[in-house]
Ligand binder design. Structure first.
Ligand code: FAD
Ligand code: SIN
Length: 544
């Protein structure tokens, strides 16, 4: 029988949320972090634009709150927005304490030391950044601390399969989280990671779409695991499409930061027209849902493959200095940003929905916390304001850490838990089933459940996902599990949740646009969409 790994805190995921939480709670107990690839392979590591926070005397909490509420299209929880925004400066202090460096300038009239960027939907310059590789800098600094910490053990290439709960362990007490079954990808063994407190920090689900800015890890595992364990999942219909991903046959998932538009770049169609002013008074800096839909509409009208992002009004020295990663990558594809427009298209970028949490970051499964993109805290509503996600991840990882530390010593022991049973499953010799199903899901999600939806397309997608889920479940129960099979199973669950939520919302709002109901309907749908296993989708007032 395998030996379980026991700790006080189990953290699943090594992006900003997981690492920040781990560093905070490690002062009070032993922490295990499991992460399914190399530790730095996270969305955090690819974040470009930066982190929004009020750190400038000419800015205000009220302005940041108002911008967030406006972008969220009537669905943000105002109390949560205020909580996140007002904790912004403290969150930045936390990052500075871990050794993160942000770009500075002496040119601000307000006296703020930081070089602040601007992005869509922000009325002020308020984005702290490290050139155009802010996430890489954050991941670097946090991982260095984690690796040096005596109370933290990091398990790379360990993929969480499912949550352990009291009920799953066969007990009749009120249910609670007590860890997770985790697959060691190299050995093929499933180990019990047992802990009285578990944090889900598994990031987003962009890989459910054919085109995405997300790294391969973003297969929605945490959301799917929480749903299977009985926790509520909210607002899955709101998938954010980033307007500007590089359009090039060899470029996989490469983002062109919105900060480029923040420095004056404009979107042009194939006729050279700077078209965004036709769609919104904020022009190129309109909220993301508006810009992505505008590009989609331009492309559908013209039949072209892409639009162009033009920053040629800036000096090439400025472009190289401010956007070194982006300009270098473009050059590798033969595109000189200083001389020509960059071909761009929208791609799936951020999941505004996720596992429902309260203000302490706790889900409705006791002792299961969630922070970062896996969660739905109420801050983003129907459309996330740019650069609010790193901020939200930090603030909620902090809140969860405070509550977890307060509670951990009072919790009863986790008790005996059965080891993983492989049963009579066999090795699969038909891996093509996985790639075929994976491709099929991502393609119909893109075509039927994308930027512009209709009921008929959603129903088509619903029929397909039902069939595929049946096939995938059969495969899951009969063959030895592997990381690709686990991810496929989770992708199918997430697709199903997105489709169910999208069919439930009979209106258009924020990121959910349905041609059959093109108007916003505040009287019936100014509510969250809640999904819980075994219960039909329902609307509920945003609460905390
Ligand atoms: P992640 O950083 O994605 O980390 C998730 C972790 O969970 C990974 O370690 C992964 O391996 C692990 N994991 C997943 N499933 C399992 C499993 N089953 N078992 C074990 N481990 C698992 N936001 C901003 O605010 N500002 C920006 O400038 C910005 N730019 C972005 C640019 C890009 C290209 C992308 C993709 C996103 C960007 N975002 C930005 C969004 C932001 O980066 C993410 O929302 C945020 O980093 C998510 O952090 P996280 O800790 O929740 O998850
Ligand atoms: C970007 O740099 O455009 C991404 C910002 C974000 O997703 O918040």
């Amino acid at each position: 029988m395998d030996q379980p790994f026991e700790s006080d805190f189990l953290v699943i995921g090594s992006g900003i949320a997981g690492l920040h939480f781990a560093l905070r709670v490690a002062e009070r107990g032993r922490v295990a972090i499991v992460t399914k690839k190399h530790a730095a392979e996270t969305a955090t590591n690819y974040a470009q634009g930066g982190i929004a926070a009020v750190v400038d005397g000419e800015d205000s909490f009220e302005a940041h709150i108002e911008d967030t509420l406006y972008a969220g299209a009537g669905l943000c929880n105002e109390e949560v927005v205020r909580f996140v925004v007002e904790n912004g400066p403290r969150a930045i202090e936390g990052l500075l304490k871990w050794g993160v460096e942000f770009d500075r300038t002496s040119a601000n009239s307000s006296g703020s030391p930081y070089d602040l960027g601007r992005e869509g939907g922000h009325s002020q310059r308020r984005i702290l950044h490290h050139r155009d590789a802010t996430g890489h800098e954050i991941e670097r600094a946090l991982l260095a601390r984690i690796e040096a910490h005596p109370n933290i053990t990091l398990f790379e290439n360990h993929c969480a399969v499912d949550l352990l709960t009291a009920h799953r362990a066969g007990r009749t007490e009120p249910d609670r989280a007590i860890g997770a079954y985790v697959l060691d990808a190299a050995q093929g063994n499933v180990t019990r990671f047992i802990a009285p407190i578990t944090l889900l920090a598994t990031g987003g689900a962009g890989k459910v779409y054919l085109y995405t800015s997300n790294p391969d890890i973003a297969s929605g595992d945490g959301m799917a695991m929480a749903y299977r364990a009985g926790a509520s999942v909210a607002n899955m219909e709101f998938m954010q499409f980033h307007p500007t991903c590089l359009f090039h046959p060899e470029a996989k998932s490469f983002l062109i930061s919105e900060a480029v538009r923040g420095e004056g770049a404009t979107l042009r169609n194939a006729d050279g027209e700077s078209f965004m002013t036709r769609y919104h008074e904020m022009g190129d800096l309109a909220p993301r849902d508006v810009v992505a839909r505008a590009i989609d509409s331009e492309l559908k009208q013209s039949g072209e493959d892409c639009v162009y992002l033009d920053i040629t009004h800036q000096q090439s020295s400025f472009i190289r200095e401010r956007f070194p990663t982006i300009s270098q990558r473009c050059l590798e594809y033969g595109i000189d940003m200083a001389q020509e427009g960059v071909p761009v298209v929208p791609a799936a970028h951020y999941c505004c929905g996720g596992v429902r949490t309260n203000l302490q970051g706790e889900t409705d499964l006791p002792n299961l916390f969630a922070a970062g993109e896996v969660s739905c805290t109420g801050v983003h509503g129907a459309n996330r304001l740019a650069s609010n996600s790193l901020l939200e991840a930090l603030v909620f990882a902090d809140a969860a850490a405070d509550e977890a530390v307060r509670r951990v010593s009072q919790l009863p022991p986790c008790g005996e838990i059965q080891s993983w049973q492989h049963g009579d499953t066999i090795e699969s010799n038909d891996a093509v089933v996985i790639t075929q199903n994976w491709d099929e899901i991502r393609r119909f999600m893109w075509n039927y459940v994308g930027i512009v939806r209709t009921d008929r397309r959603l129903q088509r997608a619903a029929r397909r996902i039902d069939l595929l889920q049946e096939e995938i479940n059969h495969y899951y129960w009969n063959f030895r599990i592997t990381p690709p099979l686990l991810e496929l199973r989770n992708l199918a669950t997430i697709s199903d949740l997105i489709i169910q939520a999208a069919l439930h919302r009979k209106e258009s709002r924020g990121l959910h646009y349905n041609l059959d109901y093109p108007e916003r309907n505040d009287s019936d749908f100014r509510r969250e969409t809640l999904l819980q296993r075994g219960v039909p989708p329902r609307s509920a007032p945003a609460q905390n």
